[in-house]
Design a protein around this ligand. Structure first.
Ligand code: BTN
Length: 332
């Protein structure tokens, strides 16, 4: 650990308390000037550090910085986040950035995160509400050895990993709505956008983009989302650490990704079903070219939705919007 990291650790260990410049200088064995230089560099990274000529320095908390150093601090993964982590203040879309970086050859596990997005993209050409500092907008680059057909499994995997991370870190009851919406009390708190680059029958790369409403107050949501969307803050009544959730998500994702490679899809699929309340529900599924009404029977081994319509005909659906017909709030 270098002097700057040690200095940060000292400030963190005394969060919200003053530490004199002299103590920092002595502990690190460096000059006062060097202490000030490191403090300046930490401030430039986004840490809010107060200084007083009499009292020294104080790290103000809580700080939930989306910067590589904080994401890596305590992260327990082998691949995800072990290549480059790009943390952007503002970008058009982290998925678009990740795709450009992947086209340039970036390796599996490269991450792109942003504090806000100006053109955040959702499924079916929708926009994704991406206000500054309140949400989590992450895209990761994967290079799986699987066919394009099988890659829809990764969307379900991401939904399972995120649901587990959220249940662990917030205690909230999170449910998955096929294929990739995360709901809390019937309102959408997160969505996943999977984008594929293929070459004939092989996958070049997959971008998994995840948008999560973390600390968004109810009043911040645009009118058209107020009823159907929510955030972890609204549902739990307290703020949550975006950095901690990112770490938990990456760890869970990697665990399931390894299991998928070693043991196939069945284990993951049953986990997905356990976290979803889709099976057995009467729904309407809106697809690009038609709308079907029926009962969800299952999700098959490629992640397709199996719907039985009113005439008892079974349909296998790759992509669509599921609208529950049981009076639930979310229809997005
Ligand atoms: C959905 O429609 O439910 C999917 C939403 C996915 C949004 C995320 S935010 C990070 C990444 N970048 C994007 O532009 N979209 C995804």
């Amino acid at each position: 650990m270098g002097n700057r990291e040690t200095l940060l650790e000292l400030l963190k260990s005394e969060k919200n308390c003053w530490i004199s410049g002299e103590i920092l200088r002595q502990d690190l064995g460096i000059s006062r000037n060097a202490v000030s230089k490191h403090i300046r560099a930490l401030r430039n990274k986004g840490y809010e550090i107060e200084s007083s000529t009499k009292k020294g320095y104080r790290l103000d908390g809580p700080q939930d910085l989306i910067i590589p150093q904080e994401i890596l601090d305590g992260l327990n993964t082998r691949v995800l986040g072990r290549q480059e982590i790009f943390c952007l203040k503002e970008t058009d879309s982290t998925n678009s950035q990740a795709r450009a970086i992947a086209d340039g050859g970036a390796g599996e596990g490269t991450l792109v995160l942003a504090e806000s997005q100006t053109l955040g993209r959702g499924r079916k050409g929708r926009t994704w509400f991406s206000p500054k500092g309140e949400g989590l907008f992450i895209s990761m680059i994967l290079r799986p050895l699987m066919s394009p057909m099988e890659s829809s499994r990764l969307t379900l995997l991401a939904a399972v990993a995120l649901a587990e991370a959220l249940i662990d870190s917030t205690g909230l009851e999170i449910r998955i709505k096929w294929p990739n919406d995360l709901l809390c009390n019937g309102r959408k708190v997160a969505g996943i956008l999977t984008e594929l680059s293929t070459d004939m029958d092989t996958v070049n790369h997959v971008i998994i983009g995840l948008g999560l409403n973390v600390n968004t107050p109810r009043k911040s949501f645009p009118e058209d989302l107020k009823e159907k969307a929510s955030s972890l803050l609204v549902e739990s009544g307290r703020p949550h650490s975006r950095c901690k959730i990112t770490q938990l998500f990456l760890e869970r994702f990697e665990l399931h990704y390894d299991t998928l490679a070693d043991h196939g899809f069945p284990q993951l699929l049953s986990r997905w079903k356990a976290l979803s309340d889709s099976v057995g529900q009467k729904v309407c599924v809106e697809m690009i070219d038609k709308t079907l009404t029926g009962i969800i029977q299952d999700v098959d081994s490629n992640g397709f939705l199996i719907l039985e319509d009113e005439k008892r005909v079974r349909h296998s659906i790759l992509s669509g919007d599921v609208i529950p017909l049981t009076g639930k709030k979310n229809d997005r």
